[in-house]
Design a protein. Structure first.
Length: 136
């Protein structure tokens, strides 16, 4: 969780950008309580995405990694949840697809923001016992 503290600025920026996309996508004013929950959820989503980007292997271009990671997380976690929850609540297929596309857009914009602002990989902790083995 140290990476969240280290990267609080890019995570907060990604959460704000995600909130803007969410408001544009819903085209309706969110109530204050809903807005607070949405802001907290988008901050957490950006924090998880930041952690994945920090840990991502660097075998491709940086933008490919950033946007690809967002897509994989969306396809693996967000899409299946929406595919089950929305139809179960009576949402039409069109509404479900629109919501899924909105969340994909949010995650891609968050990933682009995180990559654009830049993330800092926290320093690795010293190996266990390293302090005890140093000469005094």
């Amino acid at each position: 969780m140290l990476y969240i503290v280290t990267n609080i600025a890019p995570i907060a920026a990604a959460a704000i950008v995600g909130l803007v996309v969410l408001r544009l996508g819903f085209r309706a004013r969110l109530a204050r309580a809903s807005l607070a929950v949405a802001a907290a959820a988008l901050f957490w989503l950006a924090a998880i995405l930041a952690g994945a980007l920090i840990l991502a292997p660097v075998d491709a271009g940086a933008w490919t990694i950033a946007l690809g990671t967002a897509f994989v997380i969306w396809a693996g976690f967000v899409l299946p949840v929406l595919a089950v929850a929305l139809p179960a609540r009576g949402a039409s297929l069109v509404r479900a697809l629109a919501d899924a596309a909105l969340w994909l857009a949010i995650m891609l914009v968050q990933a682009a923001t995180l990559h654009g602002v830049g993330l800092i990989k926290p320093a690795a902790p010293a190996p266990a016992g390293a302090e005890a083995s140093r000469p005094v």
